[in-house]
Write a protein that binds this ligand. Structure first.
Ligand code: FAD
Length: 400
């Protein structure tokens, strides 16, 4: 790992050292070892977030999802342990919150998604107490399991907001696991499990939706479509839900509340010339290049791609960004194309999983020669044991 030198200039500057930033850096260093790479990332820890679903259900301790960031910064790259404050693509420069100006020839924006906890009154104050939990916070993910384990009856409410989120299936996965855990403990008959989603459907892709509709029917889950969480009263243990189609608001008491919070593009991107009308990094959906600034690429959750935001999607985006970046470095046409591939391993209980995989068209793009819309133990084992290894030893090393 190198240190920032006085010139503060990199051939390739990567903003964000999460899943996308490190995967791109690792692949680029393998393919072009001489390219000088800088990575701006303030966090000293790296997280495998997909594991949080299983940590919230008591399967793995959350610590298993955490490693030192330093172990994944490619050997010859420079880690700038600062936060991006301003992106100035017109000047090929960025400023950090710590006051450093860094210039670049090429920029990769991989800043992830921002969780807007404060958009729900009562959420930040209540989270981690009063049976209000969320798998979207490393700090609080073990409280989810505490709530499920200690649940003795009443309304167990699981929400999905009216914004883009990372891993659109995650709000449901924890609900199915909670249902299973309650059955095992013999308290399910006393529970009223409610799924309040702002979406008009359970899942966007019909092939997998059909299975999930059977799952909620089998589990007797009360699905409330087009219901958006507006506010929480942690003291009274009630929520306000907007009924989007009717145009009114209803109040509901809860005994367990799992919140998937609203999310958006990081503010630093929203405020930059790289943003599209919704605030995400504007990129060509196939080449992942910025249409306004050809020396800029976007990858991962922060990019304005019309597909579901997942680590699995990044596994297919990263080689495209790297190939096109190398072409751009060598003044060749950009030929690599991303087809919108994404995947969502939807856990439907302990030992059961539907592995959804699809592209921009919503066409299933399944890896295995079996019907992946069926709930399977083999796919659950893949998620729990094989995919974490693929992440730490394959993706983040530029090998998968
Ligand atoms: P991240 O990995 O979040 O990285 C963004 C990085 O940017 C972070 O390291 C952050 O510190 C850094 N950063 C932020 N702001 C700044 C700044 N101002 N300056 C510098 N650096 C900054 N995906 C799947 O494929 N399958 C699953 O089963 C799955 N399940 C999930 C379950 C849960 C509960 C969650 C939370 C996520 C899940 N995901 C899943 C989604 C997956 O984890 C994300 O899509 C993926 O991590 C996105 O990678 P990213 O690099 O875009 O963002």
């Amino acid at each position: 790992m190198n240190r920032l030198d006085r010139t503060n200039h990199f051939q390739v500057l990567i903003l964000g050292g999460g899943t996308a930033g490190i995967t791109v850096a690792a692949q680029l260093q393998r393919k072009r070892p001489k390219v000088q790479i800088g990575i701006v990332e303030p966090s000293t820890k790296h997280y495998y977030q997909p594991l949080w679903t299983l940590s919230g259900a008591g399967v793995f301790p959350k610590e298993q999802s955490e490693r030192d960031e330093s172990a994944f910064i490619p050997r010859d790259a420079t880690w700038v342990r600062e936060s991006v404050q301003d992106i100035l693509p017109g000047e090929n420069a960025i400023f950090t919150r710590e006051g450093t100006r860094i210039t670049y020839d090429f920029l990769i924006v991989a800043l992830g998604i921002q969780i807007d906890w404060d958009l729900i009154p009562g959420l930040r104050q209540g989270l981690g107490s009063q049976q209000i939990c969320s798998n979207y916070s490393y700090q609080h993910v073990d409280y989810t399991w505490e709530c499920i384990r200690g649940f003795s009856g009443g309304n167990a409410l699981f929400t999905m907001p009216n914004t883009a989120v990372k891993c659109g299936g995650a709000p449901q996965k924890i609900m199915y696991l909670a249902d299973d855990a309650m059955r095992k403990r013999g308290v399910r008959a006393k529970a009223n499990i409610i799924y309040a989603t702002a979406q008009p459907f359970l899942f966007a892709i019909e092939k997998y939706r059909t299975t999930l509709e059977q799952v909620v029917a089998r589990k007797k889950i009360d699905v409330r479509l087009r219901h958006n969480l507006r506010a929480i009263d942690p003291e009274k243990k009630t929520v306000e839900l907007d009924r989007i189609d009717i145009g009114d608001t209803v109040t509901l008491p809860f005994d367990l509340l799992h919140v998937t919070p609203p999310m958006s593009s990081p503010d630093v991107i929203k405020a930059s010339p790289l943003a599209n009308a919704s605030g995400w990094v504007e990129v060509d959906p196939f080449t992942l290049q910025s249409p306004k600034f050809p020396n800029v690429f976007g990858v991962g959750d922060c990019s304005g791609l019309p597909t579901s935001k997942t680590g699995a999607a990044i596994r297919k985006q990263a080689p495209v960004v790297v190939a096109n970046l190398i072409s751009a470095l060598e003044s060749k046409p950009l030929e690599a194309k991303y087809d919108g591939y994404t995947s969502c391993p939807i856990v439907t209980g302990y030992g059961r999983l539907v592995l959804a995989e699809f592209d921009y068209e919503g066409t299933p793009r399944e890896t295995f020669p079996i019907d992946q819309s069926k709930e399977r133990l083999s796919m659950y084992l893949l998620k729990a044991y094989a995919l974490p290894k693929l992440f730490w030893h394959g993706m983040l090393r530029g090998l998968a």
